[in-house]
Design a protein around this ligand. Sequence first.
Ligand SMILES: [Zn+2]
Length: 289
Amino acid sequence: MSDGYSIWVLEYSHVLEYPESGIVYGQHNKGTRKMPYGYVFLKGNDRNIMVDVGFDNAAYGGELARQFGVIAWQSPSVVLEEIGVAPEDIDTVIVTHAHFDHFGNVSAFPNATFYLQERELTKWVWALTLPREQQYFSIGIDPDDVLRGVELAKNGRLKTVSGDVHDLLPGINVWAAHDTHTFGCMFVDVQAGDDEDTRFVLAGDNVYAYENLEGVEKDGVYRPVGLSINTANGVFTLAQMMDLVGGRVKQIIPVHENRLPDVFPSRETKHGLHVTEVHLREGDKSYVA
Ligand SMILES: [Zn+2]
């Protein structure tokens, strides 16, 4: 049995002018928009859980951030302090995929056990061995993150999963979305409260913005994200997510969606980053009030 979860999305940096075509597949010459970079914190069932960990603004992580135009970065200790948590308090991390902005800061969470699709780790090792001409597959990957993943395994702190896992943790399922945004992506669904309105899908990067789910100008046609291994599988994954929440788009949570703070209670921190409170369990303290 699960006693539910409080859920916060924490912006830790952003890109001010991200191309629309990178967010919604096929939207060429449509300008740019702000794209936040974020991760999710879940509190419940005597656990402190992160979904993804962001990147470390140093070494190659910092170099990738500069390439993508990511600014206003703050460390997990600064970002988590906004909701009264320290990185050392995190016991569990679910990694949706191994791109640098999701898996690039495992070192900041010394006490956590990490969950990742087995295919995500092994396929990145494979992708790094491809000839230079085929390095498209490695966009967004810091090879040192792959090494740090192996290091976690060596230290008994990595648990790989293969495919869908029901009740990975109380009230939390993970769903494989292989060969979509990455080779071994997954997304997470959380029963945060008692009813169907409190089931949330943490989309990873198979949703960047509401247009992926609602279509362009809400035409109702699923549009995959702008960076994919396979766009067809991306469309089927969007359909699967919508099924899980009965078509209620706002129960699908994309961390890169800049309108998320308008949909849920939120506030802006002194660093110009947003804390968004997706769900609050009875008895838990609000950090946006
Ligand atoms: Zn991302």
